[in-house]
Design a protein around this ligand. Structure first.
Ligand code: SF4
Length: 352
């Protein structure tokens, strides 16, 4: 099955489950009950930038965290709460569980997956690795626990360039999986010898270069911000290419009054918070001309809702469990990534 029909299926599933939007009073009631349930369960809410802004705000208001997958992993591991409630997609909950096996990890839904994870089944990936035993295996965080357990390194988009550059400096040849667009970008930037798995993100893959150029013509003062899971033709038009955190920072540091953003629009919540007054526009995903017809929102991230979150917290449902035999191997490349980025931060502070 190709990935676009997969997306259509997910959207049909979401539509079938669609309930009327919450009224203001209902939303306030859910939020109050979630606050109480977090306290009762000694839980903390960890939300990704692509989730509903209501969940992001609730995470911030209750002492949790809103971040990219690297910081979600770090925060969950270091926080003293005995339960982590992860609003995001399944690999994020699994990563939290692998790093904190003693904690209970809940998610609003276990159905929220990721096209990169789906597109990299362990049997095929393992056979691919076996064909190239001389290569270091680097996988993106958007993978199953089994794929992580097969890897030497796990990376996120915020540290992939540095880690691959580091491996290249040591003369290592690399297998990269699963996102081919991010792999292409890193290969171009570092010059590393990389063999790429051909996965892709169904959200970022839809951004269109021609329509982006047309939109830029309408907003000549805009800076174009692009997540590197996008196709190279879109990356080449970017003023800034970076991870979600790096793109949020760009809206605060660049002087442009307007930003055209090629990533999931859930990120606008944090961008607006950090750069109020700036105009944010979704990069176009289809069509010609300057009309944005973007649907740039991950259908799986959209499965995280207030009612689902409350149900999980109150009933302890949707608990993430990782097969025990995978944990000792899967934790190694994750710990390696966290240690590498910790050292990189210390070095940056030392050099400042
Ligand atoms: S936005 Fe793309 S990479 Fe992120 S969870 Fe959704 S499908 Fe996966």
């Amino acid at each position: 099955m190709s990935q676009i029909p997969e997306r259509v299926l997910v959207q049909a599933h979401l539509a079938a489950k669609q309930v009327a939007p919450l009224t203001t009073a209902e939303e306030a009631d859910y939020k109050a009950r979630i606050r109480s349930a977090l306290l009762a369960r000694d839980a903390v809410l960890v939300a990704h930038y692509y989730t509903d802004p209501v969940l992001q705000a609730l995470a911030e208001e209750t002492g949790g965290c809103v971040s990219d997958s690297l910081e979600m992993a770090r925060f969950g591991k270091e926080h003293p709460a005995s339960t982590l409630v992860v609003a995001g997609v399944r690999f994020m909950g699994e990563t939290s569980k692998i790093l904190s096996p003693e904690k209970q990890v809940l998610m609003p839904t276990l159905e929220a997956t990721c096209s990169l994870d789906i597109g990299c089944p362990i049997e095929e990936f393992s056979a691919f690795c076996d064909q190239h035993p001389d290569r270091t295996v680097v996988v993106y965080a958007n993978t199953s626990a089994a794929v992580k357990a097969r890897a030497d390194w796990v990376v996120t988009s915020s540290c992939a360039l540095e880690i691959v550059g580091h491996l290249m400096d040591k003369g290592e040849k690399i297998i990269w999986a699963p996102d081919q667009h991010l792999g292409n970008y890193i290969q171009r930037e570092t010059g590393a010898d990389m063999l790429l798995w051909e996965g892709s993100c169904i959200v970022h893959e839809e951004f269109k270069a021609k329509a982006l150029l047309d939109l830029k013509a309408v907003y000549p003062d805009a800076a174009i911000l692009v997540h590197p899971e996008s196709p190279m033709s879109v990356v080449e038009l970017a003023d800034v290419v970076g991870s979600t955190s790096q793109l949020i920072k760009a809206t605060q540091t660049l002087p442009n009054p307007t930003f055209i953003v090629a990533t999931d629009r859930g990120i606008f919540y944090k961008m607006q918070q950090g750069a109020p007054g700036k105009l944010l526009i979704e990069a176009p995903t289809a069509g010609s001309g300057a009309t944005c017809r973007s649907c740039a929102h991950c259908p799986w991230m959209a499965m995280n809702t207030l009612p689902a979150l409350l149900q999980s917290l109150e009933q302890g449902t949707n608990e993430i469990l990782v097969p025990e035999h995978l944990v000792p191997q899967a934790v190694k490349p994750l710990e390696r990534m966290l240690e590498f980025t910790r050292q990189a931060r210390l070095n940056a502070v030392g050099n400042a």
